[in-house]
Design a binder for this molecule. Structure first.
Ligand code: GL4
Length: 839
């Protein structure tokens, strides 16, 4: 109310109307109105989904006013804006977030309660937009939230996939994928903007010509094109008047029918052609940290990047008559290499379409682009076969060759006769199948290159991008990832959020460093018992969920030991599974053994084509079956696999965790972000010196972090010496017992073949050093058990973890990007003046 004086009842101008009013009574009226006139229901007939929709429209109305006003302010002030290009946005549910950010959560809860309705039940109705795979897509969503919360003019560009990340179910222990028809029941959170339609060309060939001024130019004669329609999503800042935009593109056929074909009688083909174009934005590729060199994927990338750049240029030219200040008004961040074709596309637009000279165009391009690398895994480096690339984007291939020619000339001048270096830096990988290296294009075409955690950035400089670092050390910078405390504390852990706010006020929501102030309460008995109570409540809630969805009864008092993330060998879910089998073996050997009771919880999806990851899921479910059904063992241990891990489920899981598993092979996880969300919610971490774990450990203190395993350097050295996993098997009796039990069919009903590929990969390669880290991990887990026995000590560590996580807010990350890469400033949006409101 403070921020909206004209909306209070005392204000001189009374505008407490049903579309904008913020008080409980107005909201109630608006809600019933929307239920009736949009859903066509009254309270008697309404389904829970109708109620969700009615409330969503009520909130949306309030966002729209701020949204339009924000955009108007941006336009009037001709602001510098951040354009974030990302193939993925893993947004999570919108309703709760919108209510919180716009400041209506309590009011909504209140009026619904009067009607005997529960806000949380309504929120549960929403199907989340799963337009991303994992950490990379979720990071983009956190960044959008922080940009708006920090009042930075920004627009996110991406793809409106008709099918998001597949829904996972578990059948007989195996992952089964179902299409995610998330738009099935409509979507109140998007506004189609068909008036900003753009055309995107594909295929064909190029032709040279001499323009009237005698200048040689090139034109691209495409053989097909597709239309892009933007769908806008409001991105409200936390408790301010900023509402930024996320603009997602959807592909449409250029003409409803191809009349030529239609006239010749082939109706079916005409319709099929149309469907073909619309395929571009049909489905999200479900790979995380690996790429699939499919033509459709390149089409998706080019499609959304071209739409976005055309849109950016259109908006810019509505206020400017040339490109002189383009780089002052626009900065483009590319989220991994997925949008890196944008570098060639901006060159094409400037040089071919707007007739800007090459040198000038290149200067602009390099000034506007900045590139974030998100992975060190070589299988994730995008490379497109030149032939495929040239067929789809013939003009871009020419432009890339020209960029490369000029670039390599420069390199030759600085490093004469260093052909090895030239070959490594080239945008084209030579060989039997020539390829375009997108990471090289991104490095050459950007003024800034960043990794997402300190170690990651160091490894980029030393290894993956070493040649570029040698060339341009000044381009490299680190921006450690962060997470939004609004969604991942306030929304997902309301009880803990309330405790914090009662004790230290609400500033932590805008300035997470303030959470450090609870450190002075760590010895306060009332605070401690409230903290413990909340963790217990959250664990009980998750136990209920587990009972409902997995029909497994777990002990809320046991240690909740959780690993949730995409399945990948480098993340080493197998290491945790081996620990569980180790405990199982010990209990079978010695039934009266006193161990700390634990509930192991796994969740995560495997790429549908990643056979080994799918087998690991099957293995974990098989271990779960054996452990849970053994009366002797299941007194102490339970193993749970929660199906269809997504943002909504994550929000339930983080608050209920005691121990967060962050156990990737050192040097493989670029950052990780669930590590941050768990610790923020008071979980302790068991982890390797990998990604952001290192910085988390520094901040929370080594005494409050369970560290184990080889360092990145040791991993490197061990592999260089020649790593033989067999040695560990031979010399470690407990490890051998684990392997032998699996091998003998102990978790596969006697079938000795089922898990053979898994064991063979460990015994003969073990690329991710599961065996090498096994003993250190088991020992470290023993320390965890000791610590958990001392509940007071554990409680202190839990509080200190949350208290010291202030640094890992995505607000801090965004401030760093703004200062060090974007040079962008906040532009506060004042509440709209009553005078300029429509009557
Ligand atoms: C990832 C990294 O694997 C992950 O460590 C990081 O936290 C995330 C965001 O920077 O990006 N890279 C890819 S690819 N998927 C990811 O989740």
């Amino acid at each position: 109310y403070q921020k909206h004086p004209h909306r209070t009842s005392e204000a001189a101008v009374q505008i407490e109307d049903d579309r904008t009013g913020m008080n409980v009574e107005t909201l109630r009226r608006a809600f019933l109105d929307n239920l009736y006139y949009i859903q066509g229901k009254d309270l008697q007939l309404a389904t829970p989904y109708d109620l969700y929709m009615a409330l969503s429209y009520t909130v949306r109305d309030r966002l729209l006013q701020r949204w339009l006003h924000t955009q108007e302010v941006y336009l009037q002030q001709d602001v510098r804006s951040v354009c974030y290009l990302s193939a993925e946005y893993l947004l999570g549910r919108q309703l709760g977030n919108a209510l919180i950010n716009v400041g209506l959560y309590e009011q909504a809860r209140a009026f619904l309660k009067e009607m005997n309705l529960d806000l949380r039940d309504l929120m549960e109705q929403e199907i989340e937009p799963g337009l991303g795979n994992g950490g990379l897509g979720r990071l983009a969503a956190c960044f959008m939230d922080s940009l708006a919360s920090l009042e930075i003019p920004a627009i996110g560009y991406g793809i409106r996939y008709e099918f998001g990340i597949f829904a996972q179910s578990i059948r007989d222990g195996w992952q089964v994928e179902q299409p995610d028809r998330w738009l099935r029941y409509g979507n109140p959170w998007e506004i189609p903007r068909p008036e900003y339609l753009v055309e995107v060309k594909f295929g064909g060939h190029t032709e040279g010509y001499i323009d009237p001024a005698g200048q040689y130019r090139v034109s691209w004669v495409n053989d097909r094109s597709v239309l892009g329609t933007p769908y806008d999503y409001p991105v409200p800042g936390y408790r301010n008047d900023t509402v930024n935009t996320l603009r997602l593109w959807s592909a449409r056929a250029t003409e409803d029918f191809n009349f030529q074909v239609f006239d010749s009688g082939d109706f079916a083909r005409a319709v099929a052609d149309k469907t073909y174009s619309e395929n571009i934005t049909k489905v999200l590729y479900p790979n995380d940290n690996t790429y699939q060199g499919r033509e459709l994927r390149l089409e998706q990338q080019y499609f959304f990047v071209s739409c976005s750049l055309q849109d950016i240029i259109r908006r810019y030219l509505s206020y400017h008559s040339d490109f002189e200040s383009f780089a002052d008004k626009v900065t483009l961040q590319i989220n991994d290499t997925h949008p890196s074709i944008g570098i060639a596309e901006l060159m094409r637009l400037l040089v071919d379409e707007y007739l800007v000279g090459w040198d000038k165009a290149w200067q602009i391009t390099r000034r506007v682009f900045a590139y974030t690398n998100h992975t060190l895994l070589s299988e994730a480096l995008e490379r497109w076969p030149v032939a495929l690339f040239g067929n789809l984007l013939p003009r871009h291939l020419e432009i890339i060759y020209e960029i490369n020619r000029r670039f390599l000339d420069e390199v030759r001048e600085r490093f004469p006769e260093d052909e090895g270096r030239i070959a490594r830096l080239s945008l084209i990988q030579e060989g039997s199948q020539k390829q375009v290296r997108m990471a090289n294009l991104a490095c050459v075409g950007s003024h800034a290159i960043n990794g997402v955690a300190q170690l990651h950035t160091e490894l980029l400089k030393k290894d993956v991008l070493a040649d570029f670092y040698a060339l341009w050390p000044e381009k490299f910078t680190n921006v450690t990832n962060g997470v939004t405390p609004r969604r991942f504390l306030l929304l997902s852990n309301p009880k803990l959020a309330l405790l914090l706010s009662e004790r230290i006020g609400q500033d932590w929501l805008k300035d997470l460093d303030q959470i450090g102030r609870i450190e002075s309460l760590v010895a306060d008995p009332a605070f401690r018992s409230a903290w413990q109570q909340i963790k217990d409540d959250n664990k009980r809630d998750l136990a209920e969920y587990i009972l409902q969805f997995n029909q497994i009864e777990v002990d809320p008092d046991s240690l909740f030991d959780i690993q949730v993330k995409r399945f990948h060998e480098y993340k080493r879910q197998l290491l945790l599974a081996f620990f569980i089998v180790t405990l199982y073996n010990r209990l079978k050997r010695q039934p009266d053994l006193e161990i700390v009771p634990r509930t192991f919880i796994f969740g995560g999806k495997s790429a549908p084509g990643y056979a080994m990851a799918k087998l690991i899921i099957k293995f974990i479910n098989s271990v779960a079956r054996v452990v849970n059904s053994d009366p002797q063992v299941s007194r102490h241990l339970k193993v749970v696999f929660l199906a269809n891990y997504n943002v909504s489920l994550a929000q339930r899981i983080y608050p209920a965790c005691d121990l967060s598993e962050q156990i990737s092979t050192a040097g493989k996880e670029a950052s990780g972000t669930s590590n941050m969300k768990f610790a923020l919610n008071g979980a302790l971490t068991i982890g390797t010196l990998d990604g952001a774990n290192i910085e988390i450990r520094e901040k929370v203190g080594p005494d409050n972090f369970f560290l184990f395993g080889l360092t990145a350097q040791q991993v490197y050295d061990l592999k260089a010496r020649g790593y033989n996993p067999r040695d560990y098997y031979d010399s470690n009796a407990e490890l051998r017992e684990v392997v032998d039990r699996i091998s003998a069919g102990g978790f596969s009903g006697g079938d000795t073949n089922l898990f053979r590929p898994l064991l063979d990969s460990l015994l003969y390669r073990d690329d991710y050093l599961v065996f090498a880290d096994y003993q250190a991990y088991i020992d470290c887990q023993e320390q965890v058990s000791q610590a958990f026995r001392d509940r007071e000590r554990w409680l202190t560590m839990s509080i200190l973890n949350s208290a010291r996580m202030g640094y890992f807010s995505s607000d801090r990350s965004i401030r760093e990007y703004s200062r060090n890469i974007w040079q962008s400033e906040p532009v506060p949006v004042e509440p709209e003046s009553p005078a300029i409101r429509p009557a």
